[in-house]
Write a protein of this length. Sequence first.
Length: 292
Amino acid sequence: MAPFNKRQIGYIKAIADVGGHSTYSHRTLNASDNLDGLTAAATHDGRGKYAMVTIGNHPKVYGEGDGNSLNSYGSSWFHSIPVYNIPINTDETAVDESQRVTPECYLESVHARMRLIQQLDVTSDEDSHQEYRILVFRHKERQCSDERFAENFSNPVFDLFLGGNNFKVGPMGYRQKANLNDGVNDYVMHSSTINDVQSLMTCMTNKEDYVFMKDVRFYLGKEYGGKHIYEDTFHWDHADPIATEAEDLTHNDSNNKNYTWFIFLLCTNNARTGAADFPYVRFDTTTHVTSG
């Protein structure tokens, strides 16, 4: 059966008298006026640095090894914005704009704004201008922070890209080809011969496993006309009926949709020596939910 379109959903909500309470939950990541960079991981003596941000809580993914152990991959450079955490408050006289009033609700949309600033007050030439790559993507199958609702546990830090040797690679390593006898995809920690920073800047994305919303490269700094700010917006227009007692709306049996989106940020100073300076990056998000 084909999913309902927005007009049909609006009609159903009107007939059922659903949507009396509107929730607009605002969250931020790195909301600071001191312009400190996000915590990032380094590669190639620091000449490249990267960070991952998830829209939603960290999904359970496979770690290094034979793929039998799951973790939330909560490394310091793996950030999350819990946009789907909307608690229930059944007291309609006390409920606020960040809460819903019933387990049954509609996840209307998620909107995110990103502001990236290349520092202007650097003291070294290698940090005065840098190259960036940003990717926004999700897995084709459902991923979730609660493994009961997940179909897939792929880890993009090992298989986001396609390496030149026909392996799937990422900033932390690569994924070995499946063993036909047991179907195991081993994740192996990185080797600089297959995932160096220059390769990650240009190599093809793994469209066999992931769906990509954005893949953009750009330069910032005094050598590029003084441009030092990059801004972008991301919008997910869901309009999905959901019923769950859990605070996290993605913990539901209402649909089989993958709500976990990743934003991967990579920068390099393209210098022979000296570490790259990971920029200040701020996210502001608004989640719109109707209930009641």
